[in-house]
Design a protein around this ligand. Structure first.
Ligand SMILES: C[S@@+](CC[C@H](N)C(=O)[O-])C[C@H]1O[C@@H](n2cnc3c(N)ncnc32)[C@H](O)[C@@H]1O
Length: 331
C-alpha cells in the first residue's frame, strides 16, 4: 500500500447541488470526485480541486477520508465502497450517509464487513451517517456488477447497444423513451436534417431515431460523463453522423435544431426536481430552430405542459398511454 497522503476525497454524484457546494471551502488536501460535468465546472469555478471521471479513485495515494452520500444505483454504491475502501490508508475512514429508505443501514453493514470493523453510527431526522475505519486486510468485494466495464447488451430482439452501470436505466429500454420512438413518425412528418437528443443516457433515442432517419445528423448531450462516453461509443459503432457533448441541460451546445427528442429527468438523486425539468425546457427553447418541434415524454403526473406554455408557441399532448404522455412543443 502507498503511504498515507492525508487527502480527503468527496464522491459527488447527482445529489450535489449549488446549496451543498456553497458550504464547501477549497483546501489543498480536499478533492471532489464526480462523473457530472456540471458539478465539476461548479467546483472549478469555486477553486475546489476536482476530478471528472467514472468514479475512478486516484492511484498510489492512500487517502485519509472518503465521503459519499449514497447514490440511487446499487452497483454504483457498491463500486464506491469497494474502490473507496481500497484507496484508503490503513486506519483511514470511509464516511457513508443516506436515508433509511435508501438502504443506508445495509450499505454500512456491507462496508463494515469488507473493512473488518463495525461502523460507528450517528442518526438524525431520518438520516444516518456511518464511519468505517479501514483495516490493513480488506474482505471480499461487494457485488458491483463489474461497474467499470462497458458491455454490449441485447435489449430485445432488435435493439442492442453498449452500456454500463452508472448510466440511467443502463440495463433496459426505458418505457417512456420507447413510447416516444413509437410515435416519432406521427409527430415528425418529414425526416429532420438535424436532431438533438437532450439527456441522452447511453443513446437509446438517437440510436432508434437514426434507424428511421438514416440521413440526419445527431447531436446527443448529457451531464453524466459516463453516459457521454458510452453514447459516443454507440455513435461510432453504428456510424451515426454527429457528436456527443457533455453539457448541463444542453448549455454549451451550439446551433439550432429542427427536431429535439427528450425524456427529461424528474429525479435528482432521490428527490423530485421541478427546476431541472424547467431547465430542460429552457434548453430546448433556446436550441429549437424556427418552425422546429421538440418532443418530450414524461410520466402522466408531471405537469410539463404548464411549465412549457410560456416558452413555446404551441404545446400539445400528442399521445398518452397508461404511464406516459408525449408532448410536442413548437417554436
Ligand atoms: C430519463 S433519463 C433519459 C435517458 C435516455 N434519453 C433514455 O431514453 O434512455 C434522463 C437523462 O438526463 C440526464 N441528466 C440529468 N441531469 C442533467 C443535466 N443537468 N444536464 C444534462 N443531462 C442531465 C441523465 O444523466 C439521464 O441520462
Amino acid at each position: 500500500m502507498a503511504s498515507a497522503s492525508g487527502e480527503t476525497v468527496w464522491v459527488a454524484d447527482e445529489h450535489v447541488n449549488d446549496a451543498v457546494l456553497a458550504q464547501v471551502h477549497p483546501r489543498a488536501d480536499f478533492r471532489v470526485l464526480t462523473n457530472r460535468c456540471d458539478i465539476a465546472a461548479r467546483c472549478e469555478a469555486r477553486g475546489i480541486n476536482v476530478t471528472l471521471n467514472d468514479f475512478i479513485f486516484p492511484e498510489n495515494v492512500a487517502l485519509a477520508h472518503v465521503f459519499f452520500r449514497v447514490a440511487k444505483e446499487k452497483a454504483l454504491v457498491h463500486h464506491v465502497i469497494n474502490a473507496g475502501l481500497a484507496a484508503l490508508a490503513a486506519g483511514g475512514t470511509l464516511w457513508l450517509s443516506g436515508e433509511k429508505n435508501e438502504g443506508i443501514k445495509t450499505y454500512l453493514e456491507k462496508a463494515a464487513a469488507r473493512a473488518g470493523r463495525v461502523a460507528e453510527l450517528e442518526r438524525g431526522s431520518g438520516c444516518t451517517l456511518g464511519a468505517i475505519a479501514r483495516t490493513q486486510q480488506l474482505g471480499a468485494e461487494l457485488d458491483d456488477q463489474f461497474y467499470p466495464q462497458l458491455r454490449h447488451l441485447q435489449f430485445d430482439e432488435v435493439f442492442s447497444a453498449w452500456s454500463k452501470p452508472g448510466i440511467f436505466g443502463w440495463q433496459k429500454i426505458d418505457s417512456g423513451s420507447e413510447f416516444l420512438i413509437e410515435h416519432l413518425h406521427d409527430v415528425f412528418v418529414e425526416p429532420p436534417a438535424r436532431v438533438l437528443d437532450l439527456g441522452c443516457g447511453y443513446g437509446y433515442l438517437s440510436l432508434s431515431a437514426a434507424l428511421r432517419w438514416p440521413r440526419a445528423e445527431f447531436i446527443a448531450t448529457d451531464n453524466n460523463l459516463t453516459a457521454v462516453t458510452t453514447c459516443a461509443r454507440n455513435f461510432s459503432e453504428n456510424k451515426i453522423q454527429g457528436e456527443v457533448i457533455a453539457a448541463d441541460c444542453g448549455e454549451n451546445v451550439a446551433g439550432k435544431f429542427p427536431a429535439i427528442l427528450c425524456n427529461p429527468p424528474f429525479h435528482q438523486g432521490f428527490d423530485v426536481e421541478a427546476d431541472l425539468t424547467l431547465r430542460f425546457l429552457q434548453g430546448a427553447r433556446r436550441l429549437l430552430a424556427r418552425g422546429g418541434r421538440a418532443l418530450f415524454v414524461v410520466n402522466h403526473f408531471i405537469g410539463l405542459e404548464k411549465q412549457a406554455q410560456p416558452l413555446f408557441a404551441r404545446v400539445e399532448v400528442v399521445a398518452r398511454n397508461k404511464g406516459f404522455k408525449l408532448i410536442a412543443l413548437d417554436a
